[in-house]
Design a protein. Structure first.
Length: 289
């Protein structure tokens, strides 16, 4: 492993131990990863000729580096969405659509902002994580993970009606002549936060694959803090010893709620535990986002 920082050539060496990163996200969610320790040291300074060649090669590979940066950004967005959904304990999927072919990104952002402002006034503690997708015709629509949606909400003159009707009326009032509709999927047996997070995360990957230039692949409410991970380094340990240590650290509930993997190169082990998934079900894919 090599990096060029300024004119310094840094060389990374893996080995000698492992780092165990554990994160408790609340609401019954736990994640952990074991990865090799990497030590970086300065191997020397590039000469004028070597530095010129490096700059030439970097310019030649500019598009490749841009694509790699976009992919890393999409992966960071996926992780952030997964962690927000789990930390907030979302339990409902909400999709906002347009009847007209609404392709204006700025208009979409204004509409979503106003929609969530009105929902926050209506439902105290309103929280959302939104992912944005374009339909084949080019029209934007919004996939949102939310929670705390009661069966009924107050409407005109304090009369309570079904939540779906109120939410649809709010969205249609905002979009006006563009026309709009909503799809509300309330909590179900398999609607664990991890499953919702997986559903939203695929839109970040889709946006990257389609070459979207827009930067905000998702947005969310403020007020939910994602717990920071705990990091511990183990020098002189083998991977077998680290896997045993990680298993001992997992707050086991049921085996069906645990998803783990040992990477094929033998350099990484990770696990995801979701105690919201029914132990009698087969929702292992829900844990992996």
């Amino acid at each position: 492993m090599e990096r060029i920082v300024g004119r310094d050539r840094l060389v990374g060496t893996a080995g000698g131990g492992y780092e165990y990163v554990r994160r408790s996200l609340g609401n019954g969610h736990f994640e952990g990863v074991v990865r090799p320790l990497v030590t970086w040291h300065v191997a020397g300074e590039l000469s004028d000729e070597a530095y010129a060649l490096y700059l030439e090669a970097r310019d030649a590979n500019a598009e490749e580096r841009r694509q790699a940066n976009l992919e890393r950004a999409a992966n960071r967005a996926k992780v952030r969405v997964r962690h927000l959904c789990k930390a907030a304990g979302v339990d409902t999927l909400l999709t906002l659509t347009y009847q007209e072919n609404m392709t204006d990104w700025d208009v979409l952002k204004r509409h979503v902002k106003e929609f969530n402002r009105r929902m926050a006034r209506l439902i105290p503690g309103w929280f959302y994580v939104a992912a944005y997708e374009r339909q084949q015709r080019g029209a934007w629509h919004v996939h949102m993970a939310v929670h705390r949606v009661p069966k009924e909400l107050p409407h005109a003159r304090g009369v309570k009606v079904k939540s779906y009707s109120v939410i649809r009326a709010i969205w249609r009032a905002i979009v006006g002549d563009l026309g709009g509709n909503v799809d509300l999927q309330a909590s179900k047996r398999a609607r664990a936060p991890s499953r919702i997070a997986s559903y939203l995360s695929k839109y970040m990957t889709k946006a990257f694959a389609e070459g979207d230039a827009w930067s905000n692949r998702f947005s969310s409410s403020k007020g939910v803090s994602v717990p920071k991970p705990q990091r511990v380094r183990f020098v002189g340990y083998s991977m077998v010893e680290m896997i045993a240590l990680a298993y001992d650290d997992i707050p086991f509930e049921h085996s069906q709620q645990l998803n783990c993997r040992y990477e094929r190169f033998g350099d990484r082990f990770w696990y995801v535990l979701d105690t919201n998934i029914s132990p009698s079900g087969t929702f292992l894919e829900a844990a992996a986002a």
